[in-house]
Design a binder for this molecule. Sequence first.
Ligand SMILES: Cc1cc2nc3c(=O)[nH]c(=O)nc-3n(C[C@H](O)[C@H](O)[C@H](O)COP(=O)(O)OP(=O)(O)OC[C@H]3O[C@@H](n4cnc5c(N)ncnc54)[C@H](O)[C@@H]3O)c2cc1C
Length: 449
Amino acid sequence: MGRDGAAYGSILDQRSYKEEDIIRRDVAVIGGGASGTYGAITLGDMGKSVVLVEREKRLGGHENTYTDPVTGTHIDYGVQTYANISVSRDFFARFNIPVTNFTFPAGTTVYADFKSGHVLPRFSPGINFAPYVQQLTKYPDLAWSWNISTPVPKDLLLPFGDFVKKYHLEDLAFSVFSNPQGAANPPFLEQLTVNVLKITDESYLQGLQEGGDLVTANHDNGALYAAAQEELGSNALLSSTVIAAHRPSDDSCVSLVVKTPHGWKLVVASQLLVSIPLTIPNMAPFDLDNDERALFEKFHYSGYYTGIFKNTGLSKGTRYVNIDLDTEYHIPNLPGAYDITPTAVEGIFYYWFGSPKELSQKEIEAEMIATVRRLTNSSDEVPEFVAFASHSPFKLEVSAEDIQDRFYDKLFALQGKRKTWYTGAAVESHNSGELWNFTNALLHRMVDA
Ligand SMILES: Cc1cc2nc3c(=O)[nH]c(=O)nc-3n(C[C@H](O)[C@H](O)[C@H](O)COP(=O)(O)OP(=O)(O)OC[C@H]3O[C@@H](n4cnc5c(N)ncnc54)[C@H](O)[C@@H]3O)c2cc1C
């Protein structure tokens, strides 16, 4: 065996690399979205050396900002707002990025069936969340964790459609569907109640209050990640992926072979922080043992996409929300857009698109052209697409049987094993502020270990 525990001559053997291609650090962070970026920066602040491996050519993950070349206006078309909690305020302040309270833009909302173009004129979905909150508060641990009591409360495993009926939430069902978005596999009313409560949680509802969440003062959420990227410098390996790994069961180091635009590098680190979606394609190169593989195999996920387009023929300043004239609570069947929303630049709209399975950009844009033509009742519209982002795989979930079988306890039991720690939406929630809070606590455990 080589010094890193790999067989001589293997791609994990340090002697297969020139010294300048070996990166030795305290911690290797995988993924540079909200949790990975926060993790890498905060570990640096704690005096640890880090290297971060990110597949894309930029940090930010679900955060996307488009800058209109004509007006210079920034348009956030991924993550919009941040929980107004100290960890969020501190993270922005650390990079001197001013934040302000988010306020909802004024304007007209049209509820239309995107599959036919028909408008539902007097539709007014309920927004009094009090009866929903009454249910949510029964499970305070869900706000910041996946701690679920034993036995698992039956209500949490009900399909959300049954939960809606049981607790008379019919008036709210559409709002719960259309606000947080992205959970499309299975269809929304078949989603397990626990997954709905987890995404439309207390922090999310706080953000629905006027001024409840934070937003960057000049609506350029990308500034946070650009500043972090600059600070990490060559410690952020962009456009890079791990292709092989050795994660020890003893006290030796983790070794990762990372494919970068500058050739293969061998990362040797005391600990590993994984923040990417825990799907098998993502995790297969990480030297999984049978228990880890068996857990990650259980995840299923949704397709979720956002984009920006113009020359749509849609009414300026109008937000179009997708409903279905014929379904229960008017919740539309996906794939399809949740809504089409005007941006700060006149005539430019962004759209949010959900699907039970992954689709290509071409398929989504074709559907958006068809949607716009139906909404404008004109087959002449040729929208121009100016930006697109895939957020898939989104909302990793497991079955009711797996949750009953204590899936999340088993997942959390992996923390620290084989020098590996896990953060990110799959292990906590789709909320940047909550993820920063969770990651912060995890880093202290890591450093103590
Ligand atoms: C459209 C949209 C809007 C949202 N709006 C909000 C909002 O307003 N407020 C809010 O709090 N939350 C929002 N969310 C939820 C969002 O998921 C979280 O806030 C947070 O961004 C999730 O962070 P993460 O670190 O788990 O994942 P991500 O941000 O997805 O980060 C994962 C990173 O890992 C990289 N990666 C993936 N696979 C690999 C691999 N194999 N190797 C290397 N790198 C890899 C990805 O490129 C990505 O950069 C939104 C999500 C979406 C999709």
